[in-house]
Structure formats: structure tokens, C-alpha cells
Write a new protein. Structure first.
Length: 135
């Protein structure tokens, strides 16, 4: 029996798995957990896409100019399981986001730790927050 085709197939499957695994990253690898940030702005877009959700917002910088920021959150399924619905945070909503800045300081992006709506509703990395820390 010739194992050549099976070895090639197994090698191809392993290399594909490695490339998919490398595309998914640890939050700590991309974001500086020692550099907390708080940003106030207006939601432009919410993307519930795998592997992680993204919140895009317009923020006024120190010069008064509008900059687009991007904040990475949890998986869409984790957010939905925790009660988040895509219709909850709409374009134009004023929000405050706390999180951690990207390790690359030139990037206008961060990891979302908490998003607070104007009415005080709190969303965490994986959706609505409940318990003593929620507002």
C-alpha cells in the first residue's frame, strides 16, 4: 500500500489548520493591557463577524478633528449568548468605551472592555453585563 497521497493530504490539512490558527490571536498579543483608555464617540458601525466583533466610532481628537477608532470585542456567538442583539447599538449612538490600546500606538484601535450607552446601559467584551459591576 502506498501512503504517499495520504501523507500529502495530511500535510496539507495540517498547514491549512496552522494558517487558520495563526489568524486568530490572543488579545494580550495585540493590545497593551498596561495602557487602559477611555474614549467617547459616536458609533459608525457594529460588525458581528468571526472571530471577533468590532465597534467603529468617530472620536474627536485633541485638535478637535474627527478620527475613526476601532474596538475589538468578543465573538459574535458569545455576545448573542449573553443577550446582545445587533439592533441594540445603532449608528449615531453616543457611547463611552473603556479598554486597552493597541500595542502599535499609531493605530486608532483597542480592545473593548466596556461600552456604556448614553442611558447608562453597559456592555462588556461579550455582551450585556450583569452583576455588581454593571451600572
Amino acid at each position: 500500500m502506498n501512503d504517499g497521497p495520504w501523507i500529502l493530504l495530511a500535510g496539507a490539512a495540517l498547514s491549512l489548520g496552522a494558517s487558520v490558527a495563526s489568524a486568530h490571536h490572543s488579545f494580550a498579543a495585540v493590545y497593551d493591557m498596561q495602557q487602559p483608555i477611555t474614549v467617547k464617540g459616536t458609533i459608525v458601525q457594529v460588525r458581528l463577524t468571526n472571530p471577533h466583533s468590532w465597534f467603529y466610532l468617530d472620536v474627536k481628537n485633541e485638535a478637535g478633528e474627527i478620527e475613526r477608532g476601532a474596538f475589538e470585542a468578543g465573538t459574535p456567538s458569545g455576545m448573542i449568548r449573553n443577550g446582545y442583539k445587533a439592533s441594540v447599538i445603532k449608528q449615531g449612538a453616543e457611547v463611552t468605551i473603556t479598554g486597552f490600546h493597541a500595542r502599535d500606538s499609531s493605530q486608532h484601535m483597542g480592545m473593548l472592555r466596556q461600552l456604556v450607552m448614553a442611558d447608562g446601559t453597559v456592555f462588556g467584551l461579550f455582551g450585556p453585563q450583569e452583576g455588581p459591576d454593571a451600572r
